[in-house]
Design a protein around this ligand. Structure first.
Ligand code: FES
Ligand SMILES: [Fe+2]
Length: 358
């Protein structure tokens, strides 16, 4: 699967990329396990001793992990599998005091994952060894959000740096999670088709009549970085726009939204009122769960247009599900890119091809 660096000559990923189970299995290991995935907000483990168990991409990576905050306040991600006979250690989120205890035969671990104690093991030889500790999983905290990676193939800070350079001036520390507008959607399509669709504004005039009214489509712009890209929507007359200081790169532009995509599966949409996070999680090769999470700037009026985001989402899902059917046709092989409007999709396909080639 090769994607030419020259968008004028390049073809898209082939249809089978989105429909083939074996290719999906390869993507799982080479892309998803190698990338940084959003798992939760750091809020879920606020206090020393708090532990939050979760499964990383249930049914896909299917990895049982646990976030733990120790008494110094350090946050870690550990394997949630007991090193004795493999029971899950933490079954429910909550406070676990100063250690994690397995409920099967009582093996205890410190909050940094180190083996602590175990009944009836005095006679075991060469015990305990480092193999009895819980594995530590690479983890990053950013804007109050926790990301983990099973086998990181790139540096997280490098990946998000371009985002911070642009939106770092916004009051990000005042972002608060809002239940309103937080929603899950199930899409009958491959996760990458959902991303492809997000990565171009080309379809806006065709698919989203209401959104098209709010944006000045002629000024819609794309910027590519190594592991993320940006689409800039310019507000039409009378629409709210993001407040920027005079020394900002985009000062003077009426920014309706910064639409950031972080490879491989996260969208961060900054609006005047705050952030809409879209977490795209494959359930299998042809089903995807998309979680919309809303965060508002405390200082800003919360005039998020609920209906509009919901309508736009329904319109996007309908086209993406239609494409999932289309790409399986015997007559569809692959497509070409619009050099002006599909730079983001091309960027994504190049990254996929790069990771699959590793
Ligand atoms: S499986 Fe955990 S103590 Fe036996
Ligand atoms: Fe769309």
């Amino acid at each position: 699967m090769q994607i030419s660096a020259n968008i004028r000559q390049a073809s898209t990923l082939p249809g089978r990329f989105y429909a083939d189970r074996a290719i999906f299995d390869e993507v799982k290991e080479k892309v998803l396990a190698a990338s940084w995935l959003y798992v939760a907000d750091a809020e879920v483990v606020k206090n020393p001793g708090d532990a939050y168990p979760f499964t990383l991409l249930p049914g896909v990576l299917n990895e049982p992990l646990v976030l733990v905050r120790d008494k110094e306040g350090v946050l870690r991600c550990l394997s949630n599998v007991c090193t004795h006979r493999g029971k899950l250690i933490v079954e429910q989120p909550g406070n676990h005091g100063s250690m994690l205890r397995c409920g099967y035969h009582g093996r205890c671990f410190r909050l940094d994952g180190a083996f602590k104690s175990m009944p009836e093991f005095k006679e075991a030889e060469d015990f305990p060894s480092p193999a009895d500790d819980l594995a530590k999983v690479p983890m990053q905290e950013w804007m109050g959000m926790v990301f983990v990676s099973l086998q990181p193939a790139f540096d997280f800070e490098e990946a998000v740096r371009p985002i911070m350079e642009r939106v770092g001036v916004l009051p990000l520390e005042s972002l608060r999670f809002e239940q309103e507008g937080t929603q899950e959607y199930n899409v009958k399509a491959n996760w990458a088709l959902y991303c492809d669709n997000y990565l171009e504004g080309f379809h806006i005039p065709f698919v989203h009549p209401a959104l098209n009214q709010a944006l000045d489509f002629k000024q819609y712009d794309y910027e590519l970085f190594r592991f993320c890209n940006l689409q800039i929507g310019i507000a039409d007359e009378g629409q709210p726009n993001i407040d920027l200081p005079p020394n900002h790169l985009d000062f003077g532009k009426k920014i309706y939204a910064y639409y950031y995509w972080l490879f491989p599966n996260l969208m961060l949409n900054f609006y005047p009122w705050g952030l809409s996070l879209n977490v795209v999680e494959p359930l299998d090769h042809e089903r995807t769960k998309v979680s919309f999470r809303t965060y508002r700037f405390e200082s800003q009026p919360f005039n998020r247009s609920e209906n509009q985001l919901e309508i736009t989402e329904m319109e996007d899902e309908a086209v993406v599900e239609s494409v999932q059917l289309g790409i399986q046709s015997r007559f569809y092989k692959q497509g070409r890119f619009s050099p002006t409007m599909e730079k983001g999709v091309h960027h994504f396909h190049r990254l996929i091809a790069e990771f699959l080639g590793k």
